[in-house]
Design a protein around this ligand. Sequence first.
Ligand SMILES: [Zn+2]
Length: 378
Amino acid sequence: MKFNEVIGQQSVKERLIQSAREGRVSHAQLFWGPSGSGKLAIALAYAQYLNCASPSLTDSCGVCPSCVKISKLTHPDLHFIYPTTTTKKVKKDPESKLFAEEWRTFVTEGKGYVSLNQWYDFLGVENKQGTIFARDASEIIRRLSFKAYEGKFKIMLIWMAEKLHVSAANKLLKLLEEPPENTVFLLIAEETEQMLTTVKSRTFQVKIPRIDEDALTMALATTFDVRAAEVRHIARMAHGDWLEACRLYENEEDEKYYFHTFQQWMRLCFKGNVPELIDFCSNIASIGRERQKSFMGYGLQLFRHSMLNNNHLAGLVRVAGDEEDFTKKFAPFVNHLNLLNLAELLEEGIRQIERNAHPQILFMDISLKMIKLLRIKA
Ligand SMILES: [Zn+2]
């Protein structure tokens, strides 16, 4: 990737470019900083800049054969090691090279913005911790014994260096101190306290700060289709973490969907419109079990808000805008005679989904009971 694809981090970019132009490239650098700040993205842009055939004052060209190969993560002089563990595919002796294809897909899809947990999810091993093994270190040594055959620099990128096993680290110490000519180690870490001091002390540290709010705002506005006010809100909440910003955006999108869908559902139940309810239930059957559960959980919250509204406890209600309008209008139909039953209906619905109930039949069944319950007046 090019530096201009890295979100914010202007001063880091400038320092890296400046030192490269002056021929001051430290042979072992540690890029460290918080999650979502773009450490890997910066390292990839830097690797591309270092090997670019015609770099400008501000960026790599992006079109020379070297840039193209680095952007596809297929450059023969760009090597990666990262934490791995046993998976369904690799049942014993895991190491980075056995996951090369998964790694390329993972990093490419995340455009260089990825977290360790996402990597574990990607490998399907949520409950296991990965390690960088001595096997990985031996592979680095083997690869560095060949001459660089295309690039100006051989780049050895170690992602999540805090996961270096002590036996792996010990194998690398000498290389970190005196690497072969034109070799650059780029280590990336989040928790430098967890890193072995023997490794840390052999690197030149490049601190990657949180992304500033303006840069985050701009990136959100260009990546997603959101209103300006919402963009600023998400950027503020994300505290300079691009991954968190993306997660918040997705949550808000889900909430909007749940809100509109729940509103539609309640209207249909209130009118007792069975043919349209059948269509509604067939749509909701297609959104997947996790989202069906979240949707009903969301409905439970709205019932609660409506009840509080009814009892003039509106101050306790933490909803805003459209949701507030809806709960106010809906409030008269939720009362002490039906609230418990309405809530129980959704709670039972969530349990049924967990037990693999047929979603379309389940939602229709709930709808019919809802029609009756909403007619009970206090
Ligand atoms: Zn280039």
